[in-house]
Design a protein around this ligand. Sequence first.
Ligand SMILES: *[C@@H]1O[C@H](CO)[C@@H](O)[C@H](O)[C@H]1NC(C)=O
Ligand SMILES: *[C@@H]1O[C@H](CO)[C@@H](O)[C@H](O)[C@H]1NC(C)=O
Ligand SMILES: *[C@@H]1O[C@H](CO)[C@@H](O)[C@H](O)[C@H]1NC(C)=O
Ligand SMILES: *[C@@H]1O[C@H](CO)[C@@H](O)[C@H](O)[C@H]1NC(C)=O
Ligand SMILES: *[C@@H]1O[C@H](CO)[C@@H](O)[C@H](O)[C@H]1NC(C)=O
Ligand SMILES: *[C@@H]1O[C@H](CO)[C@@H](O)[C@H](O)[C@H]1NC(C)=O
Length: 386
Amino acid sequence: MALKAYIFHILTLTFLVLPIVSSANFSIPAIFNFGDSNSDTGGLAAGIAFPIGQPNGQTYFLKPSGRFCDGRLIIDFLAVNALDLSFLNPYLDSIGIPNFQNGCNFATGGSTILPANAASASPFSFGIQVAQFVRFKTRVLELLVKDKKLQEFIPSQESFRQALYMFDVGQNDLDGAFYSKSEDEVLALIPIILTEFEAGAKKLYNEGARNLWIHNTGPLGCLPRIIAQFGKDSSKLDQFGCVTSHNNAANQFNMQLHDLCTKFRVLPGANVTYVDIFSIKLNLISNYSLYGFKQPLAACCGYGGLPLNFDNRIACGQTKILNGSSVTAIPCNNTAEYVNWDGNHYTEAANEYISSHVLTGNYSDPPLLVNAQYHIESKLFDPKTI
Ligand SMILES: *[C@@H]1O[C@H](CO)[C@@H](O)[C@H](O)[C@H]1NC(C)=O
Ligand SMILES: *[C@@H]1O[C@H](CO)[C@@H](O)[C@H](O)[C@H]1NC(C)=O
Ligand SMILES: *[C@@H]1O[C@H](CO)[C@@H](O)[C@H](O)[C@H]1NC(C)=O
Ligand SMILES: *[C@@H]1O[C@H](CO)[C@@H](O)[C@H](O)[C@H]1NC(C)=O
Ligand SMILES: *[C@@H]1O[C@H](CO)[C@@H](O)[C@H](O)[C@H]1NC(C)=O
Ligand SMILES: *[C@@H]1O[C@H](CO)[C@@H](O)[C@H](O)[C@H]1NC(C)=O
């Protein structure tokens, strides 16, 4: 049974004033989410018919669900298990009866903050996602006036104000840049990327968004694909086996994103929560055995065997002729022992771990305390049940 979480915010007015602890039951009627594959609940599949076939979805949905994962994503755990909302429908869903009453997901796999170009995996970069939101909101407000029956399927006007506006984007900007740029050049690009992010978030604020929930970017250098490509020389790896340059860039990005969050708080009425996903993921990867995992860096679904079980010629689920023989990138038998699913994305087990740590509030600025009533279904810290 999903249980509602009651989130208590500590509002810090300025650096000079002592924090004012204000607790309120922060009930959230809707989530509007912007991002990439880390929080794509079917957008790329809907938008460009990107094939996300089996074994994606096998652990939870029992069929592909448009997610790059064997099961649920962090946003699924936060929306459904913590906030008692439904799974977020992608904005681009055109078939079925997509219900947007609890919000809408604009995230698509491969999205960047900077505008997409011909080589981009997704045309729906952050600025487009924001523009889609503006159109969505305009249409909803028109329909609410025209047809009251539609209220079951679309958010109320009040929901837009009280909603959580969630962001998890930027990873692909850094990732893509490293294929053609030196580390210094990538670092120099970060302020440009964040200027674009600021413009989009500001546009949402001007549209009435007040509760912003911003995930920082994860340890890019710990993804099997990045290690396979950039970590062939072990001097490029850090003590966890992750690519140092990529994690440096992620850290730089996060520091500047954190500064930007501080800047946003000056906007009247803005509630900005910055969530340190990087630290949660790195802690999981470095201390994996404490949390019941056995493989911190190898892809569960891939080809090539340990240590990375990743081959960039053959994606999870694909069959190809390699070196004269037919091979398939099949999933491991024990997904919950793996942190990584397909070389680029985390397993449901890892996402569940990460979500539960987000909800402790220990990784948020400002810290949020979630009512102890919150829990997610499986026994998170008991390896026997994962
Ligand atoms: C910000 O959050 C506090 C609760 O922590 C709430 O009282 C306040 O209404 C929120 N502000 C807006 C503009 O939603
Ligand atoms: C929030 O709601 C819970 C459950 O309904 C209640 O026990 C708690 O007192 C409420 N807290 C505040 C600050 O209103
Ligand atoms: C791993 O766990 C230890 C002990 O709890 C902790 O001190 C360390 O910071 C953790 N590693 C990371 C990268 O968080
Ligand atoms: C292809 O097969 C040959 C002979 O078995 C082997 O030496 C070579 O490493 C293989 N190449 C790849 C890319 O697997
Ligand atoms: C999973 O288990 C089956 C049966 O024991 C085995 O044939 C198969 O190779 C295993 N798959 C992987 C990826 O290890
Ligand atoms: C969160 O931080 C508090 C205070 O440092 C600590 O007591 C608690 O164990 C932490 N919770 C988790 C789940 O790490």
